[in-house]
Design a protein around this ligand. Structure first.
Ligand code: APR
Length: 242
């Protein structure tokens, strides 16, 4: 495979989706085995469902947390962490809520759709680390149900975060999408913005999707193999003994 030298770019933006976590064992949202093929978001992933039946929605998210805890970052995640150490101009913007990038040591610049590992209530946003169970489910201070800090269907997105990411995207000289169907807006708009702003456009995804025509280079491989193959890193030789 023809490789890419990140050193040629002063600003790089990696835009990641559920396909990046697929090989770790975290189900994607769409396609075979996708979460939204098994669960109606209207029952599990929107504010109305939470108001109607918070216990059911929290049960669903605890299942997702338990699944993610069984999974570990793969070679692609780990390579990204090393790549970012070597090239600090590389920003990572993710739609993923699973925290696998962070567990691999990647500095994630934006979690566009929130995180499974935070909750919010009348008191604000708080960390909700493992284990899988959200405990307590109601805040002991404000008595509200503690809601996963995730952008659900029909929620407004975090506007200031999206504005900041928009600025990074406009400045990016290289835009690499990894494992996203590009079907969910407004996040999907970042690829169009990058294209209009003149970035080199690369897609890593074993399958075509409606956003694929935006990319001049399409790597039809899985993320764990494609990331190290596209961006090889020479291992620095250990200092020799005196
Ligand atoms: N490597 C790279 N890409 C992969 C791999 C893999 N090993 N396996 C699957 N893919 C690709 C699929 O071909 C698909 O295009 O990952 C993509 C996953 O698409 P979606 O399930 O739609 O996930 P994503 O694009 O992240 O979804 C966006 O939708 O419901 C929401 O909020 C949720 O953040 C999510 C948003």
């Amino acid at each position: 495979m023809e490789t890419l030298d990140p050193g040629r770019y002063s600003s790089i933006l990696l835009f990641t989706g559920a396909g990046l976590s697929a090989e770790s064992g975290v189900p994607t949202y769409r396609g075979a085995g996708g979460i939204w093929g098994q669960y109606r978001y209207q029952d599990y992933a929107c504010q109305q469902a939470f108001e109607r039946d918070p216990e059911q929605v929290l049960d669903f998210h605890e299942l997702r947390r338990a699944k993610v805890l069984e999974c570990a970052p793969h070679a692609g995640h780990l390579h990204l962490a090393r790549l970012q150490l070597a090239y600090p101009q590389l920003r990572v913007v993710t739609q993923n809520i699973d925290g696998l990038l962070q567990r691999a040591g990647v500095r994630v610049d934006a979690e566009l759709h929130g995180s499974l590992w935070r909750v919010r209530c009348g008191c604000g946003v708080q960390a909700a680390p493992p284990p899988a169970a959200y405990r307590p489910r109601r805040c002991p201070h404000c008595a509200q149900w503690r809601r996963p800090d995730i952008t659900w269907f029909e929620d407004a997105v975090n506007e200031s975060l999206f504005e900041a990411v928009g600025d990074w995207v406009r400045k990016a000289e290289l835009f690499v999408s990894i494992g996203t169907s590009g079907a969910v807006w407004p996040a999907a708009g970042f690829a169009q913005l990058a294209k209009r702003s003149g970035a080199d456009m690369v897609e890593i995804n074993p399958e075509d999707n409606e956003a694929s025509p935006l990319y001049t280079r399409r790597v039809r491989q899985r993320a764990s193999a494609a990331i190290p193959a596209l961006f090889p890193l020479t291992t620095t030789a250990a200092p020799s003994d005196p």
